[in-house]
Design a protein around this ligand. Structure first.
Ligand code: GLC
Length: 664
C-alpha cells in the first residue's frame, strides 16, 4: 500500500509513473516538524532495525550509523567521510520492528540522518516534497511496490553485458586498435572499447578530432565486424566558441541555462568557458539529445554521459574574482589566515553552492533556480538522449548510461558509480552499493573495475573482476596518468582468462535474470537479509549478495587473502571455476565456513532447488552459442528455468522467454 503526502509546492520531477491520490492525516510512522522552511521527518529506530536504500551512496549495505546528503556531487576522492556521491536516490526501507519504505521526491538537497546524531533516530530533512510511504509484508514486496511506482528499468542491448575496456588517455585510433589487439593476442574476450574526452576536437561535444580519428565511421564499422562496439563519452557542458554549431544553435534558441538577468551562465569545464544545456526545458532537452545524431550516423550505438551533476570547475565570475584577489596579495606578508584566504579562493571554485544558486532553468512548471532542481540535471540529460534515440530508431536498444542521476532516470539509462580509486575499500563499496541501486531501479550499473584514480595492482584487478563478473555493467576504466590496467598487461594471463570466461559463460543466466528483474520490477542483487528476513545473522552480512534467483556470491575484498569466511543462510552447493573447468565441491549446510579462493579462480554458491544456464565462453557476446546451454544444478526433481530469448537488440522482442525443464 502506498500513501502520498505533499508538503509545500514540490517541483515536478517525473520520478514516478503511477498516480497516487493524496493521503489524509499525519505522515505515520514519521513525526513531522517544520523549521526554517524545511520539513523534518523523524522516526525512532528499534534497537535492531536496519535501514536500506539510498542507491548510490557511501558506506555499507545497512545505512544506519551515518549522515547522507542527496546532492549530486563531482569529487574524485571518494572516502568514508563524504556524504554525497553523484546520484540522489531518496528511497529507504526501514526493516525491523516496523518495516516500511519512504521515498522523498524532492530534487533539491535532502539530508538523511540515519542514526548519526542519535544512534536511535532516523531524521530526514527536505525542502518542498512529495513523500510516499510504502507498506508491505517484506522488504522485497515494498521494493516491488516502489519499482511499480517509478516504472520499468532501462534494458540495454545484449552486447552491453560483455566486458568493456576504457581509459582516459586513449588518444587516437592507433590507441584503440592497440587495446583491441592486446585483448585478441591474449585471447581475452571483449565487447566494448570506450572513448574518453580525448576523441573530441578541443573537448567540444559531438565533434571528433579529425587528426586523431581520420575516419570514425570506418573504425566503428571494422571494430563492430570484429565484435567490439566503440562507446564515446558525452559531457554536459558545451564549449563557448563562435562557429561551433551546437553552441550557436543553442544560444540562438535560448536553450542554455541563464543567470538572473537572462544571459547565458558561463562555467569552466574541460573546454574552458562553456554553457549548460537547459535539460529541464523539454524542447532544449530533446534538442541536446538530437545532437547525438552526429555520432549515431557514424555507426556509434552507445554513449556514457558525464559531468552532469553538473560538475563545474569554476564559474567565470568567481574565477575572475579569485585571480584578482590573488594578484592583490602579491608581495604581501601572508599570515596563516591571509594565506588560507588566498588558497581558499581557488579551493572554493569547483562546484560552489553559490554558483548553483546563480543560474536558472525554464522548466514546464516555471523558472527554477538551479539549486532547487539540482539533482535532476543528469537524469534529464540522459532522458533527452533516450527521447531522441526513440525518434532515430524507435525499436533499437542503444547503450546509454550516466554518472549523475535521480530516480526516474532508471527508465532511460543506466549509471556507473563515478570516480572511485584503486583501493580495496572501493571494491567493497562497489559491492555494498549494488543492492541499493537495484532498489531504486538502476539495474544496469557498475563501478570502474580496477579503480579509476591511483594505481591498481594485479591482485586487486583480479579480485575486482571476480566480483565485477556479477555486475551488469562490467567495465575496466582508469584515469589519466594511472598505470596501465588493461587485462593483457598483467602477468597471469590464465587467471584473467579464467575470470573473464566465467562472465561470458554466465551471460545466459545474467541476461535472463536481468531482463526478468527489469520487466517484473524485482531486484537482481540482494543482501542476504532480504531473502532470509527471519535470519538475524544474515542482517549483519555486508559483503555477500544474492545475484538473481540461483546464485550467492562472497567475493574476496582484501589484499593477500587466500580465501574468506562465508555465511550460508541455507544449504548451497559450492561451484569453483578453475582453469576453465567447473568443479562442484560439496554441499554446505547453513552456517559459517572458511572457503579457499585462490586469486585465479571464481567461486560462487548455487542455491538448493536452483539451476544456472551457462554457455560455452566466447570472445564476444555475439559469438555465444546460446542454443546449447549447460545447466549447473542443485536439484532433486525436474526444475524449470526461463531463458530470455529476445533478439538482444530490439525493444519489441523483449519479454520472449523459453521455459526449459532441467532434469536432476
Ligand atoms: C570524469 C569521469 C571519468 C572520466 C574523466 C575524463 O572524471 O568520471 O570517468 O575518465 O572525467 O573524461
Amino acid at each position: 500500500m502506498i500513501k502520498k503526502y505533499t508538503y509545500g509546492v514540490p517541483v515536478k520531477t517525473d520520478a514516478t509513473v503511477q498516480e497516487v491520490p493524496a493521503a489524509e492525516g499525519e505522515i505515520a510512522p514519521f513525526t513531522l516538524r517544520e523549521e526554517e522552511g524545511k520539513y523534518i521527518f523523524s522516526y525512532a529506530l528499534g534497537a535492531e532495525d536496519c535501514v536500506y536504500g539510498l542507491g548510490e551512496q557511501i558506506r555499507g549495505i545497512n545505512k544506519r550509523g551515518w549522515i547522507y546528503k542527496s546532492w549530486n556531487y563531482d569529487d574524485p576522492i571518494i572516502h568514508e567521510g563524504r556524504k554525497s556521491l553523484y546520484g540522489a536516490h531518496n528511497f529507504i526501507v526501514v526493516f525491523g520492528e516496523k518495516t516500511f519504505g519512504a521515498f522523498f521526491d524532492c530534487p533539491g538537497e535532502v539530508v538523511f540522518d540515519i542514526g548519526y546524531s542519535d544512534r536511535d533516530m532516523l531524521t530526514v530533512t527536505s525542502e518542498d516534497a512529495d513523500v510516499y510511504i510504502l507498506e508491505g509484508e517484506s522488504v522485497l514486496k515494498i521494493v516491488e511496490e516502489f519499482r511499480a511506482l517509478i516504472g520499468p528499468s532501462y534494458i540495454p542491448p545484449k552486447w552491453a553485458f560483455g566486458f568493456a575496456q576504457s581509459k582516459w588517455g586513449y588518444k587516437c585510433e592507433a590507441d584503440i586498435r592497440a587495446v583491441y589487439d592486446g585483448y585478441r593476442k591474449a585471447e581475452l574476450p571483449l565487447d566494448m572499447i570506450y572513448m574518453d574526452i580525448d576523441y573530441m576536437k578541443d573537448y567540444k561535444d559531438f565533434t571528433v578530432d579529425p587528426e586523431r580519428y581520420p575516419d570514425l565511421t570506418k573504425l566503428a564499422k571494422s571494430m563492430k565486424r570484429s565484435g567490439v562496439h566503440l562507446v564515446p563519452i558525452i559531457d554536459a557542458a558545451v564549449k563557448v566558441e563562435a562557429g561551433y554549431s551546437v553552441y550557436e544553435e543553442g544560444l540562438e534558441k535560448g536553450y542554455f541555462c541563464t543567470d538572473a538577468e537572462g544571459k547565458p551562465f558561463i562555467v569552466g569545464v574541460w573546454p574552458g568557458d562553456s554553457v549548460l544545456p537547459d535539460v529541464l526545458n523539454p524542447e532544449a532537452r530533446l534538442w541536446f539529445g538530437s545532437q547525438y545524431k552526429a555520432l549515431l550516423d557514424q555507426g556509434i550505438e552507445g554513449f556514457w554521459n558525464d559531468m552532469n551533476e553538473p560538475g563545474i570547475f569554476y564559474s567565470k565570475g568567481r574565477l575572475s574574482d579569485a585571480i584578482s584577489y590573488v594578484a592583490a596579495a602579491q608581495g604581501k606578508n601572508l599570515d596563516l589566515e591571509a594565506f588560507y584566504d588566498v588558497t581558499g579562493k581557488f579551493h572554493e571554485l569547483a562546484n560552489n553552492p553559490d554558483d548553483y544558486a546563480s543560474f536558472y532553468h525554464n522548466a514546464p512548471d516555471g523558472r527554477h533556480v538551479h539549486k532547487k532542481v539540482h539533482n535532476l540535471y543528469g537524469y534529464n540529460m540522459t532522458r533527452g538522449a533516450s527521447e531522441y534515440f526513440e525518434q532515430y530508431d524507435p525499436d533499437r536498444r542503444f547503450l546509454l548510461f550516466s554518472r549523475s542521476s535521480y530516480i526516474g532516470h532508471h527508465r532511460y539509462g543506466g549509471i556507473w558509480t563515478g570516480d572511485n580509486c584503486s583501493w580495496w575499500s572501493h571494491l567493497k563499496l562497489n559491492l555494498a552499493m549494488m543492492p541499493g541501486l537495484d532498489m531504486c531501479g538502476f539495474l544496469y550499473a557498475g563501478a570502474d573495475l580496477g579503480g579509476h584514480g591511483h594505481d591498481t595492482t594485479e591482485e586487486l584487478m583480479l579480485r575486482w573482476l571476480a566480483f565485477g563478473i556479477f555486475t551488469p555493467l562490467m567495465r575496466n576504466h582508469a584515469s589519466l596518468g594511472t598505470r596501465d590496467q588493461e587485462c593483457y598487461v598483467f602477468k597471469d594471463k590464465a587467471a584473467f582468462h579464467n575470470i573473464l570466461s566465467m562472465r561470458y559463460a554466465m551471460i545466459p543466466y545474467l541476461y535472463s535474470e536481468f531482463v526478468k528483474c527489469a520487466l517484473r520490477g524485482k531486484m537482481l542483487s540482494r543482501p542476504l537479509a532480504f531473502d532470509y528476513p527471519e535470519d538475524k545473522r544474515a542482517r549483519g552480512v555486508e559483503d555477500q549478495l544474492f545475484i538473481g534467483d540461483s546464485i550467492m556470491i562472497a567475493p574476496v575484498v582484501e589484499q593477500n587473502a587466500r580465501g574468506r569466511y562465508v555465511y550460508f543462510p541455507a544449504r548451497m552447493k559450492l561451484i569453483r571455476m578453475k582453469e576453465g573447468v567447473y568443479l562442484e565441491e560439496g554441499i554446505y549446510e547453513k552456517g559459517d565456513y572458511y572457503i579457499e579462493i585462490p586469486l585465479n579462480e571464481v567461486v560462487f554458491f548455487l542455491r538448493e532447488g536452483k539451476v544456472v544456464p551457462l554457455a560455452k565462453p566466447a570472445m564476444n557476446v555475439s559469438l555465444l552459442d546460446e542454443q546449447h546451454l549447460y545447466f549447473l544444478r542443485f536439484i532433486d526433481r525436474p526444475t524449470e528455468y526461463e531463458v530470455a530469448r529476445d533478439d538482444g537488440e530490439t525493444k519489441s522482442s523483449l519479454g520472449t522467454f523459453e521455459t526449459i525443464i532441467v532434469a536432476p
